[in-house]
Design a protein around this ligand. Structure first.
Ligand code: SF4
Ligand code: SF4
Length: 274
């Protein structure tokens, strides 16, 4: 897959709107079938990880260990998770002779291909979102006569759930708190990684520590996060906005400052991934 920087995309890409049309076709009949599913950097969102680990009936820690590579962005040290290609063949672990073994749960980037999406940083970024076409030499799909609008492509790839869960994630990742004078501590970054990607561990952290003694969470939400990973991820966004950036999206059961021991317990809770 060709490589480019965010800046190059913003400056050089031919910008496509939802009604822009492009020609593309992919499927078992193309000569290059499956060739694109190897040696490729596929960034996984928390929702991608959620979908894949559930499709494979795996615990999140086990899935992350077996199928992903975890990194930190060089500048802000934000945790990032990539699909791990096979060490020897450099192929995606899910590609088979007949196609993608996790097709119904494949990641956002695989669904969108050959489209990419970008938005400039700053206020009102979502309103300035645009799409661009990724054209690789090996991909013969661009030679097809089948024409689609960007809007039609997105609808056909069933991206609604991905986009719904992506919005609060992007909001968290573009929080101005990442730009603070002091980088976030290693412990806070570990907490961030666990809450976003290692959901089964995050669930145990909530239920097996004093978390629910310290924070007021209504009963219906406690039940929902115990059973439903999407609810748990939604809760993680509130928790991280509170624990990383002190936003008032969690409520303490008791006021803090009078009791330094309790204050330090909450601070420790925000830091330690259980
Ligand atoms: S997840 Fe599926 S579509 Fe995506 S690279 Fe792997 S095999 Fe290909
Ligand atoms: S290289 Fe392009 S046309 Fe070929 S299988 Fe991949 S996406 Fe489809």
């Amino acid at each position: 897959m060709p490589e480019f920087t965010e800046q190059e995309i913003l400056e050089n890409s031919s910008r496509m709107g939802l009604d822009t049309r492009f020609k593309f076709c992919c499927g078992p009949s193309v000569e290059c079938f499956n060739r694109c599913c190897g040696d490729v950097a596929i960034l996984l969102s928390p929702y991608d990880v959620l979908r894949l680990k559930n499709a494979l009936h795996m615990d999140s820690s086990e899935f992350l260990e077996k199928y992903t590579l975890s990194m930190r962005s060089r500048d802000k040290h934000i945790p990032a998770v990539f699909l791990r290609m096979d060490d020897e063949t450099r192929r995606c672990p899910f590609v088979t002779e007949s196609g993608c073994a996790v097709y119904n749960h494949r990641p956002w980037a695989c669904r969108m291909y050959p489209l990419g999406m970008a938005e400039p940083k700053g206020p009102n970024a979502a309103a300035q979102r645009f799409y661009f076409l990724v054209q690789e030499e090996l991909c013969q799909g661009h030679r097809a006569a089948n024409e689609h609008s960007v809007r039609e492509w997105i609808a056909a790839q069933k991206l609604d759930d991905f986009d719904r869960m992506q919005a609060p994630f992007l909001e968290l990742m573009s929080h101005p708190g990442w730009e603070g004078p002091e980088p976030l501590s290693q412990q806070k970054l570990d907490m961030c990684f666990m809450s976003l990607y290692d959901l089964d561990r995050f669930r145990r952290f909530i239920s097996e520590t004093r978390f629910l003694d310290l924070f007021e969470v209504d009963e219906a939400r406690i039940e929902a996060i115990a059973e439903d990973d999407e609810e748990l991820l939604d809760f993680a966004f509130d928790w991280l906005a509170f624990s990383l950036f002190h936003e008032k999206r969690m409520k303490l059961r008791r006021p803090l400052p009078a009791n330094p021991a309790a204050a330090s317990e909450v601070e420790a809770m925000s830091n330690l991934p259980g």
